[in-house]
Design a protein around this ligand. Structure first.
Ligand SMILES: Nc1ncnc2c1ncn2[C@@H]1O[C@H](COP(=O)(O)OP(=O)(O)OP(=O)(O)O)[C@@H](O)[C@H]1O
Ligand SMILES: [Mg+2]
Length: 301
């Protein structure tokens, strides 16, 4: 059997059907208005990261849950069309697929209403965990605690490096997951949820004390603050200067690129730069870049 030369990255977490409306104005008070354009597509933290892994040249297997409603199958098809292997996803009988209504105004400001889905099942026993054994990295988000916890534990037992997108969620979920992960890469709201009231540096040191080898927080156009267990001095990887048009998903793409760079065995400074370049291009274009675009931006500096 021919072997796939691309490094395998397994991703687990949220997948959402995004209904995006481009509007002239987000009108108040509520009234009947027309949209300029409309797009239907796959979103969700880990799903967006999976698309990034695949577009940047990795082999991505995604594990997530959708309902067997009108949105479920088309959502998985949309991910598959981007090269993501969704063959092990769960189409939950009687489940409701997560969906979002995204309103984007002409200057790129957005308003999002998300429905997290229903009856998708939290039991992770269907996950084919042995697939992780052949992976070079595992990535998850905090949207499915039970699945993330058991896959992180399996990956750790097998020595596969793990990354979490430490996004905004309940504090108890991050307190449960962070000690199980190698690379804790938070968003600013997520870091505040993990260590309420602490300054970023102090919160990141907490994650190292919890057992992480790298702790980082992405700060949009201010770049990424990070430290390692080996050297807990705070360091900053600056953001690439771009004209941002739509920053939705820049963090998700950053995480996918980060996991792929880890899978490729790159040193941490390079991982941060590679992920920053991918995130910046997503913010510039509102679309996930391919490998050549990221390499070009990296060469330009
Ligand atoms: N306007 C921007 N210009 C350049 N790079 C950006 C910009 N916005 C994001 N990035 C890059 O992407 C990374 C992640 O962005 P950010 O911190 O905004 O993620 P986030 O808060 O998780 O948001 P989301 O998940 O909605 O994308 C940043 O650290 C940076 O490297
Ligand atoms: Mg994010």
């Amino acid at each position: 059997m021919p072997t796939d030369p691309r490094p395998l990255v397994v991703c687990l977490g949220s997948v959402v059907m995004d209904h995006t409306f481009h509007v002239d104005e987000i009108v108040q008070p509520p009234s009947k208005n027309r949209a300029r354009s409309y797009a239907l597509g796959a979103g969700g933290l880990a799903a967006n990261a999976s698309i990034a892994v695949s577009r940047l040249g990795g082999h991505c297997v995604f594990w997530g849950r959708v309902g067997d409603d009108l949105n479920g199958r088309p959502l998985l098809d949309a991910l598959a069309a981007q090269g993501v292997d969704v063959s092990h996803c769960r189409l939950a009988p009687g489940g409701r697929t997560p969906v979002s209504a995204v309103l984007v105004d002409p200057v790129g400001e957005r308003s999002i209403y998300s429905y997290r889905g229903d009856n998708l099942g939290t039991d992770p026993s269907w996950l084919p965990l042995q697939l992780i054994d052949g992976a070079r990295a595992f990535l998850c988000d905090p949207r499915w605690l039970e699945g993330a916890a058991c896959a992180l534990d399996h990956a750790r037992a097998k020595g596969v490096p793990t990354v979490i997108d430490g996004e905004k969620t309940e504090t108890r979920i991050l307190l449960d997951l962070i000690p199980r992960v190698d690379h804790a890469v938070f968003s600013m709201p997520g870091l505040a949820n993990y260590a309420p009231g602490k300054k970023p540096e102090e919160a990141l040191r907490n994650a190292l004390a919890d057992g992480c080898v790298v702790a980082a927080v992405t700060q949009g156009e201010k770049g990424t603050l990070w430290m390692t267990r080996q050297d807990p001095t705070p360091r900053r990887t600056p953001a690439f200067r771009v004209q941002a048009t739509n920053t939705t998903g820049a963090g998700d793409v950053f995480h996918g690129a980060y996991a792929l760079a880890i899978a490729e065995g790159r040193p941490i400074e390079q991982v941060m730069r590679f992920a920053s370049a991918a995130g910046a291009l997503r913010a510039r274009d509102g679309a996930t870049p391919d490998r050549a675009m990221v390499e070009e931006l990296l060469r330009a500096r």
